[in-house]
Design a binder for this molecule. Structure first.
Ligand SMILES: C[S@@+](CC[C@H](N)C(=O)[O-])C[C@H]1O[C@@H](n2cnc3c(N)ncnc32)[C@H](O)[C@@H]1O
Length: 307
């Protein structure tokens, strides 16, 4: 290897409903890093490498945050076992690797970031699941075009969902319009042809709304997922929209007036808060909508999404 690359090593610990990640830094140079990862792997449920939090390129392979173990806590074994799974937005591959370890028959992972595909492939290898993970190029314009005509028992995604100032060159893993909702909306409008009869769609996402509920997600789910049972499980503590977008001034040096105009738009659209949520949809189950809260706080919002 000609150039040293800094990475973060994450290892999953605990059990369902109480997962968490331990982390340490490593530099990909010489062979020490591989020994470090393999040593961590001895005791962890799974281990992955990602970019560090402070990596600033748009091709960042996203580090672990509460959203990943929130998703794992709510992935039901019965939905995963034996399933033909699609993941939209593979990143480090952590969710696909977890699904395979939980008994998925096969996972197809879509990804548009070339570096993420390399990291996901490496992570699948060290976790011993590479024979059941198929990595395919994602499509920036048409999310499901790479799997057109195919059906899946389970579709999972932790999509880009961060409110992003207009015109800002932000991470591929997070950039999603001023409410963090553009990718999710595109996904919900086009996902159904890929879901098998009785198939399940499960997404972890941040979603805009008011203090009580992620109204924009609820309305969109009602509109585009009418033919089944929808559950929305919200993390106990939302963050205010203003607190979330203000950090673009402090951390990313964005123009204050641009951020104020995002807040004014949000106020006129009735968006005051952002909720971290799980959306679970069962295709062709009797139509229903349930909204609930987690018993514990997943995202404490101390430093929003860690950065
Ligand atoms: C929030 S990250 C989640 C990564 C990983 N699943 C995890 O949970 O750590 C979202 C991922 O979606 C990828 N992505 C963005 N647009 C995509 C598209 N159109 N098709 C496939 N992947 C896409 C990004 O590059 C990024 O890796």
């Amino acid at each position: 290897m000609s150039e040293a690359v800094d990475v973060q090593i994450y290892s999953l610990q605990g059990e369902q409903n109480n997962y968490s990640f331990a982390e340490q830094s490593a530099t990909l140079a010489g062979t020490d890093w591989l020994e470090k990862i393999l040593a961590v792997k001895q005791t962890a449920l799974l281990s992955v490498i990602t970019d560090p939090f402070d990596y600033q390129g748009i091709d960042q392979v996203i580090p672990m945050q509460p959203e990943q173990y929130f998703m794992m806590d709510y992935l039901l074994p019965a939905d995963v076992q034996g399933a033909n799974v699609l993941e939209v937005g593979l990143g480090s591959g952590v969710l696909s690797i977890h699904a395979l370890q939980q008994g998925a028959a096969k996972v197809t992972g879509l990804e548009i970031n070339p570096k993420a595909k390399v990291y996901a492939g490496f992570n699948a290898l060290i976790n011993g699941v590479s024979d059941r993970l198929v990595i395919r190029d994602g499509d920036v314009n048409s999310i499901f075009a790479p799997v057109q005509g195919e059906k899946f028992d389970l579709i999972i995604s932790n999509p880009p969902f961060e409110p992003t100032p207009p015109g800002m060159d932000y991470y591929l893993n997070s950039s999603a319009g001023i409410y963090g909702f553009t990718f999710l909306e595109k996904m919900l409008t086009t996902v159904l042809p890929q879901l098998a009869d009785q198939g399940v769609l499960q997404i972890v996402t941040m979603a805009p709304g008011n203090l009580e509920r992620p109204e924009m997600l609820i309305k969109t789910a009602q509109q585009y997922l009418p033919q089944g049972a929808t559950e929305i499980i919200c993390d106990l503590a939302p963050i205010t929209y203003a607190a979330f977008v203000d950090r673009f001034v402090g951390i990313f040096g964005q123009d204050k007036s641009l951020i104020e105009s995002m807040k004014a738009q949000a106020a006129s659209d009735g968006v005051t808060h952002l909720h971290m949520c799980i959306l679970r949809y069962r295709h062709n189950a009797p139509s229903s909508l349930t909204i609930s809260s987690t018993p514990k706080i997943y995202e404490p919002w101390e430093t929003p999404l860690g950065i």
